[in-house]
Write a protein that binds this ligand. Structure first.
Ligand code: HAM
Length: 422
């Protein structure tokens, strides 16, 4: 036998047993973005490498070590998108959607990062992102958070997530803070590990989220970003906190929350769960008022977030909230001359008359016993049985596969019986 070929590590198949839960989640997400009036945008999965290095930042983990970058046959450097914001901004500028306009957009699809795979962290994963352009008040930041909170309620996971919030201020405020922080880190250089030493000069704010406990301990005395915030950013943040308070959304302000992508300013937030272990961030986002201009458009305020759907699926499974309508409703069993065609016609008529009813026809022959076994295997609630007598009399036997009862009905009456299953 030939050697089998396996999927790439960290890139998973979604199997038929798993897809109903994915559909449930995707539908819930689409429903929530749509009730806020947002529109879908679909971008290519591959973009010019430069787009990501410019948008996300040369010295971020994503750009430095996680991108799937390759040369195509023309010699252009291309990259499988590691996230959606950069492509969304690129598309907005390219199609003239952003200048002097307001856009409320969402997208869903695969993203790629060459990270070390573990539970909740994959090399191909699915994000649903939301991006708003042209609005600079804290009201829209609050709406995005309310939108995610609504989704958690609809999925039933709202008691298992918490919101962390921070403001990282203007670019100038960050530059001032960065200088103070580097000064502080230099005084403690002997405690820093290699990673932090490297980051100290390239991206010192990232030292704040080190996992090294010894370094975390000294960071308690480090200068605080909040002391460097510009007045406008402070007011924006206060406005957001007041809005969240008045709609009853709980949060905690985490001064160390800086996010791993460089384009943010002012508001940053993350939704975190304890139920997944190490990869507990299910959603992250914030403002990026400078990015449109940085990518060649006119200065446009912007804010957004993205959530990882694999992590939400894992959460639904862990919390046993993964009940879905699996399999089919009706399995059509036939035996005898001319019954297969009669069965297929009946199935077709039922699909027509009972919208949403899932009807599967048995193919491949075999006795009733074998066919009922198949019906059980595909999870059907009822079997419709057509033998030669039923076909000639215009009747059908309805067998309840859960309760076990069995009755004969005229075919014309079967629609009302089956409508109850949907
Ligand atoms: P991010 O924090 O890099 O932000 O990713 C957002 C979410 O995607 C994470 O919270 C996580 O749930 C999921 N995620 C990230 N990496 C992985 C992975 N390797 N495996 C599984 N899930 C993952 C962004 O991507 C920004 N573009 C969000 C944003 C939109 N900010 C403004 N607009």
């Amino acid at each position: 036998m030939a050697k089998t070929i396996q999927a790439i590590r960290g890139m998973n198949d979604c199997l038929p047993t798993q897809s109903p839960l994915w559909h449930k989640l995707e539908n819930a997400v689409k429903n929530v973005v749509s009730v806020y009036g947002y529109s879908e945008v679909r971008m290519p999965i591959v973009e010019m490498t430069q787009l990501f290095s410019r948008a996300i930042g040369e010295v971020t983990d994503v750009v430095e070590k996680e991108m799937y970058t390759f040369e195509d046959r023309n010699g252009d450097s291309l990259t499988l998108r590691p996230e959606g914001t950069a492509g969304c901004v690129r598309a907005g500028i390219e199609h003239g959607l952003l200048y002097n306009q307001e856009q409320r957009l969402w997208y869903m699809g695969p993203m790629f990062r060459h990270e070390r795979p573990q539970k909740g962290r994959y090399r191909q994963f699915t994000q649903c992102g939301v991006e708003v352009f042209g609005l600079n008040g804290p009201d829209v930041d609050a709406e995005l958070i309310m939108m995610t909170a609504r989704l958690w309620r609809e999925l039933g996971i709202d008691k298992h997530v918490r919101l962390e919030l921070n403001s990282i201020g203007s670019l100038q405020a960050r530059a001032d803070y960065r200088e103070a922080l580097v000064g502080f880190l230099e005084q403690h250089i002997d405690v820093l590990d290699e990673d932090c030493k490297r980051r100290m000069h390239t991206n010192p704010l990232r030292v704040l989220d080190t996992k090294n406990a010894e370094i975390q301990a000294i960071l308690g005395d480090a200068p605080k970003l909040s002391d460097y915030l510009d007045e406008e950013s402070k007011q924006h943040f206060q406005g957001l906190c007041e809005l969240l308070d008045s709609v009853g959304i709980e949060y905690s302000v985490n001064q160390r929350l800086v996010r791993g992508l460089d384009y943010y300013n002012r508001t940053v937030f993350e939704w975190i769960t304890e139920s997944l272990g190490a990869q507990g961030t299910i959603c992250g986002g914030g403002r990026y008022d400078g990015l449109v201009e940085q990518l060649g458009g006119k200065s446009t305020p912007a804010v957004g977030f993205a959530m990882g759907l694999e992590r939400l699926v894992l959460m639904l499974e862990t919390l046993e909230l993964d009940s879905v309508r699996r399999g089919v409703d009706v399995y059509v069993v036939t035996a005898g001359e001319g019954t297969l065609l009669a069965g297929m016609k009946l199935a077709e008529a039922l699909r027509e008359e009972v919208p949403g009813l899932r009807v599967m026809s048995h193919f491949g022959g075999g006795n009733f016993k074998k066919q009922f076994k198949r019906a059980d295997k595909v999870g059907a609630a009822v079997a419709l049985v057509l033998g030669e007598d039923e076909v000639s009399e215009g009747t059908v036997v309805l067998k309840d596969l859960i309760g076990g009862t069995q009755n004969t009905y005229p075919q014309a009456q079967i629609v009302t019986k089956l409508a109850e299953l949907v």
